[in-house]
Design a protein around this ligand. Structure first.
Ligand code: C5P
Length: 301
């Protein structure tokens, strides 16, 4: 079984739309302690390339288990690239919010890549697995890498970030997700006619991370997609206000949303925030997480 973390983006700087429809970004990913577990087993060694996906989750999900699932796409890519054979069963135990801006789908793809590497004794390096991951989705390489990392290009080019300290996060999740392409489109629409600079990282944020200064980190959180997510889902503004009113060090929409991530000073502070957000009545569900944590990891064979 492979355990794969979700992520928050501490900063997400978005450049203009590229000719291929993607946006160049500069982002800082941090892996958080909310995980999907991905178990891959061989069903029939004589039937080739049949992938049977099932998903279990506490919350009802409408995730397709067909060829459109990122776990399926990852399995197909691995089978083709490494000429694998045999039918497999992919069981996903889902804890990362679906379409929540926390790379839940990417986590499942990452889990399949790492699981198949082990199952077929391919002996791939992390870099090689991340290379396959980049062909599946922009966030998949980070789901494999974990920790805290700078992402450039579409977000798929990673360099580890110099960070110290462990951070306490409180995540306000929503029961209905947001579409990443729709949020990028809304971002373009809101910025129409404006001159958009090349994506860049905040020095204040990098400095806060390298000195484990949670207060400074809270102040430096920044996401260019936040206005777009709030434009499409105005309730997110209210959630951000409630968290900040209750003393969060900082609050940010994670990735393309709708999860809102609040930074707490410590565990006790995080618990206070959970109680305040839960009783506010404006939040669907509240989770606690610590970060950074390691990326996709084989737990048992
Ligand atoms: O790479 P991924 O498949 O996760 O991206 C989903 C969609 O999000 C893309 O089709 C694109 O519309 C948008 N996107 C983008 N720029 C990025 C990453 C994603 O425009 N850097």
């Amino acid at each position: 079984m492979v355990r794969v973390p979700g992520k928050v983006n501490l900063q997400l700087s978005v450049g203009p739309k590229r000719a291929d429809g993607y946006h160049d970004i500069a982002t800082i990913f941090q892996a958080v302690s909310i995980y999907d577990d991905v178990r891959v087993t061989i069903k029939d060694p004589d039937i080739s390339g049949a992938f049977d996906i099932s998903i279990s989750s506490e919350h009802p999900t409408a995730i397709p288990t067909d060829k459109s699932n990122l776990a399926y796409i990852a399995a197909a890519a691995m089978y083709e690239k490494f000429e694998l054979s045999g039918s497999i069963e992919i069981k996903i135990d889902k804890k990362i919010p679906v379409a929540g801006g926390m790379a839940g789908g990417s986590a499942d793809a990452a889990g399949v890549i790492v699981a198949l590497d082990t199952l077929f004794s391919l002996g791939l390096s992390r870099d090689e697995m991340q290379e396959v991951g980049a062909t599946i989705g922009s966030d998949v390489p980070f789901s494999i890498a974990g920790g805290t990392a700078v992402g450039t290009g579409r977000g798929e080019r990673l360099t580890p970030a110099l960070t110290r300290g462990q951070y306490s996060w409180v995540l306000a999740t929503s029961s209905s997700g947001l579409s990443t392409p729709a949020i990028y489109n809304e971002c373009d629409r809101l910025r129409e006619g404006m001159s958009i600079s090349t994506p860049h990282l905040s020095e204040a944020l990098m400095q806060a991370l390298s000195t484990a200064d949670a207060k400074a980190l809270g102040k430096a959180l920044q996401n260019d997609l936040q206005a777009a997510a709030c434009s499409i889902r105005p309730a997110l503004r209210l959630i951000l206000d409630v968290g900040m009113d209750y003393g969060a060090l900082g609050g940010i929409v994670s990735g393309s949303g709708p999860t809102v991530a609040f930074l707490a000073g410590d565990e006790e502070h995080a618990l206070d925030l959970v109680v305040a957000l839960t009783s506010s009545g404006v939040v669907g569900n509240v989770l606690r997480a610590s970060a950074p944590v390691v990326g996709a990891t084989v737990i048992d064979r």
